[in-house]
Every structure is written in structure tokens, then in C-alpha cells.
Design a protein around this ligand. Structure first.
Ligand SMILES: [Zn+2]
Length: 189
């Protein structure tokens, strides 16, 4: 599994002197991250063949936080944690909040988020589909926050996975691509 703390993928180790509890369906036990220096402790619910049903803390969707402002990383990480724990509506709200913070960080102003996203499109270079995705994510967050809003029928695992993937691409485009291009250029003669 992917470690909830260091985010590396590894085969989690048993913890000496602790036995799993066996139920009709699951093994319930304790494991730790194999990475030296991490050794994060998790409780797991798994099948006899080793497949994990759930872990506490939960396994998060991967996300490269390099060069992204700390406040944004914190907010988006909370969206990932909500999703990992099956809390889809709070996840959609935290994704919307991530967009709010992107606009604040880039000083895109406007009365409501829709205006701020439009202002953002004049301040940064981002592929058009990703700019449009920001409006979709805004609407998804709207539906999550307001009972009367009805753009999306349901807000479930599929919607949030797609929203997380798009948010990750937006953050990459805004904060990580410049540095990657600079790193490549630095390798030229
Ligand atoms: Zn770890």
C-alpha cells in the first residue's frame, strides 16, 4: 500500500509480538511502513490473500506537493483524506476551497469564485480544458455546499476521483511545469 505519511509504495511489515485477529472474512492487524525513518503505524483490515479492505489512517491518492504553497497543500491534502475515508461531500468542498486558495495565491480578484477564476485565466497560462475544469470543480463544490444546487446528480467516488485528478493537473500546471522546463533547459549545453 501507499504509506499515508511518506507516500511511498511498499509492502507493510508485521509488527513483532502483535497477532492479527481473524474474523470470518478478514484479518485485522497492525503493520508499519517498511521505509527506514518512516515506520508509520497503521491498522489494517485485509483479506486472507493480503488485499487491503481498509486501513487507518487511510491510503491516500498520490499527490506531488513539490513547489506548491504550503497552505494549498494542506487544504488539498484534506480533500484527499476526506475522499480516502469515503466523505465525498466534504471532499468536494475542500476541492472548491483549494481553488479559492489558488485564486488568492495568484491574486485573482472578483466578487464571487466564478469571477475570480475568470480573472485567473488572464493572469496565468493554463490549457483551456483545465481552465474549464476549474469552473466544473467550482460547480461540484457548490452542489456539495448547498442543498438546493443541482448541477450534479450525485457526488460519489467517481466524481471525486475525477475532481482530484483535475485539481492535481491544475496545481501541476500552475506551480510545477515552469520548474520542470527550467530543469531541462539547465541540462542544455
Ligand atoms: Zn512511510
Amino acid at each position: 500500500m501507499r504509506c499515508p505519511s511518506c507516500r511511498q509504495v511498499g509492502t507493510f511489515e508485521s509488527i513483532p509480538d502483535t497477532n492479527d485477529v481473524r474474523t470470518n472474512v478478514y484479518f485485522l492487524g497492525q503493520r508499519r511502513c517498511p521505509k527506514p525513518g518512516c515506520h508509520t503505524h497503521v491498522f489494517v483490515v485485509c483479506y486472507p490473500d493480503g488485499r487491503i479492505e481498509h486501513s487507518y489512517p487511510a491510503e491516500l491518492i498520490d499527490f506531488d506537493s513539490a513547489r506548491i504553497p504550503a497552505k494549498l497543500v494542506q487544504t488539498f491534502s484534506q480533500a484527499l483524506e476526506c475522499h480516502a475515508n469515503g466523505l465525498h461531500i466534504p471532499a468536494a468542498i475542500m476541492i472548491r476551497r483549494t481553488l479559492e486558495e489558488v485564486c488568492a495565491d495568484k491574486q485573482a480578484s472578483g466578487k464571487v469564485l466564478r469571477d475570480r477564476i475568470t480573472a485567473l485565466s488572464n493572469l496565468v497560462v493554463l490549457p483551456k480544458p483545465l481552465m474549464e475544469a476549474m469552473h466544473e470543480l467550482r460547480l461540484l463544490g457548490n452542489d456539495a455546499a448547498h442543498v438546493e444546487a443541482k448541477t450534479y446528480d450525485t457526488i460519489g467516488d467517481d466524481e471525486i476521483r475525477a475532481a482530484i485528478t483535475l485539481t492535481r493537473e491544475i496545481l501541476k500546471g500552475l506551480y510545477q511545469l515552469d520548474e520542470l522546463v527550467a530543469a531541462l533547459r539547465a541540462l542544455k549545453k
